[in-house]
Design a protein around this ligand. Sequence first.
Ligand code: BDP
Length: 326
Amino acid sequence: MFERFSSTLVGAAAAVALFGSVAAADTWRAWNIHNDGHPNTAAMDKFAELVNTATGGELTVEVFHGGVLGSQPDALEQVRIGAIEVGNFNLGPIGPMVKEANLVSLPFIFKSVPHMFRVLDGEAGEIMASAMADAGVKPLAWVDAGARSFYSQKPINTPADVEGLKIRVMNNNLYTAMISAMGGNPSPMAFSEVQQALKTGVVDGAENNFPSFKSVGHYEVTTHYSLSEHLIIPECICVNTAKFDALSPEMQTAVRGAAEEAALFQRELWSVQSEQARKDVEAAGIKVNEIADKSPFQDAMGVVYDEYLAANPDMKKLVELAQATE
Ligand code: BDP
């Protein structure tokens, strides 16, 4: 027993001498909800490739696409506790876990995608990132997810058109409040169930960006996509905080650099592929309608903001920071 123990110590000492660290080569599991053809799938593959190169193979990332490691809320919990190390997450489902992340789930909080990135690059983004890291889900880089709009079997031009419709939303009370404020019936549901729910009429509509509308076939079971652009929600490459903190400073730099480069790659792909996705769904028969005046939608959200900020007065600062960002 003593002999075994001492030979383990000798082995560890030899490894330190060879690699300059006690950490042996490690593999991280990465969660990705998207399938092939979606820009984030290519970006996560890129992240894995970059980590492998930058760490000289000391850290390998194995990406599991198509949500096979679980639904997004489940996978977030797994990352939080370290059962999955890393993933591409939407900040919407992070809100119930990290209040500060909810800033981005307030409808119409951002004027545009560039405005969203400016807010993330400023003080509000720092506050959100550190709260997320404290909760165990540390953002290494932000990625683009465009704007989310409604789709259904009829065009939506005003909030009144949402009245009485059952609309699928992601898992976050702000989204249920958003749909209720328009007189609709919100239905939180896992992404993987939405196509079937639209097909069978369990829900009348949903909301998403063009790449996701296309990639999981929601366009095959709806007829109209209405450019309400009510939510501009960023996504992250997020890692379990403890796993990241346990890396050597050199490895941290390598992994963060890989995430940043993969995120830039994603943003470029996104701008090309989201336009292409729109063209593809239009070619497949989807009618896309512009909404010239979005102010009735914005006005309808007054109650969502009022109730949310009354219940969470500490979120006022973040809202003000976002609104004050040019
Ligand atoms: C997509 C996001 C993905 C979400 C999905 C959804 O990229 O993270 O799970 O929407 O609506 O746009 O659930």
